[in-house]
Design a protein around this ligand. Structure first.
Ligand SMILES: N[C@@H](CCC(=O)N[C@@H](CS)C(=O)NCC(=O)O)C(=O)O
Length: 280
């Protein structure tokens, strides 16, 4: 029996863009996700790119604003877009945009009142791929990409599970969350005082422990006029961590671009091509 329920569906570049809902066992609530299935999925199993969005986003922002479907249809890559946190009346929340619903930070919370539902790490790494691979005509080749908080999430899930992903990329990621206000606030609330748990959510820390002899293909895109670059994103920190470790990463600084989906839309095709190279 199917575990998912169709919410909406549109034909798009000869494929289809759909949204579904399902009951998540890890998050303990109903969740929505988007999936773009390219036309190739009619005849063969296709690989999947998971997209992790940033603060305040749902499963819709990327789908509506990034303009990724045209290239994904050409390359034969499915794109799955989960929501950014558990949701619902019974799920803990906070009035600020950077904590609670819409700000799950792709981690497993250990603290009250968050720990009953906030397990986005397990959801993204285990539950969602299992569901997608059971319900859709996809194969087990996966890669992951994200923006800002989701860029951090993509780097974290990939660096902690290199065997599960073929490649990782990120737009404007929070690369060193243990050292910046967004991460400090979220990790204090969700993870408490145990700094060893904080480090497991920090791409720079994870990179310092990574096996540089078997690097995961990694691409980062960063706008030079991003309003969050200096205080929250600190892209140079991951460049330094990678250099120290001898871990190959491509970081493209793009002059004049900001933090918005206009930046993502401008470079999404090159990220899709990067992923397709490693997924096929
Ligand atoms: N609301 C926050 C920023 C939130 C924000 O920029 N969110 C980014 C991700 S970090 C986003 O993608 N927003 C949704 C959108 O642009 O569609 C603020 O104004 O300071």
């Amino acid at each position: 029996m199917s575990q998912i329920e169709l919410v909406s569906e549109f034909k798009c570049f000869e494929g289809r863009q759909a949204h579904y809902k399902h009951q998540s066992k890890h998050l303990n609530c109903s969740m929505r996700f988007g999936i773009f299935l390219p036309p190739q999925a009619e005849v063969a199993r296709v690989p999947v790119l998971y997209w992790l969005s940033g603060l305040t986003c749902t499963d819709e922002n990327f789908v509506q604003k990034a303009g990724a479907q045209r290239m994904a249809a050409e390359l034969g890559v499915a794109i799955v877009t989960p929501d950014t946190s558990p949701r619902g009346e019974n799920v803990a929340d906070d009035p600020n945009y950077d904590l609670g619903q819409g700000a799950g930070f792709y981690l497993n919370a250990t603290q009250e009142p968050w720990k009953a539902h906030y397990r986005m790490y397990d959801y993204v790494v285990e539950e969602l791929p299992e569901l997608i691979e059971a319900e859709f005509k996809v194969n087990k080749k996966r890669s992951v990409c994200g923006h800002s908080m989701g860029g951090m999430g993509a780097l974290v899930v990939a660096l902690r599970n290199t065997h599960r992903y073929q490649a990782v990329s990120a737009f404007s990621p929070i690369v060193n969350p243990t050292q910046v206000p967004w991460g400090d606030k979220a990790f204090s609330h969700y993870l408490g005082d145990d700094k060893s748990l904080w480090r497991l959510q920090d791409p720079c820390e994870l990179l310092s422990w990574a096996d540089a002899s078997q690097p995961l293909p990694m691409l980062i895109e960063q706008g030079s006029d991003d309003q969050f670059l200096k205080e929250q994103l600190k892209t140079d920190a991951i460049a330094l961590a990678a250099q120290k470790k001898g871990y190959p990463i491509t970081i493209n600084y793009r002059s004049g671009y900001d933090h918005s989906y206009f930046f993502i839309a401008s470079f999404i095709d090159s990220h899709l091509k990067f992923h397709a190279e490693h997924l096929y």
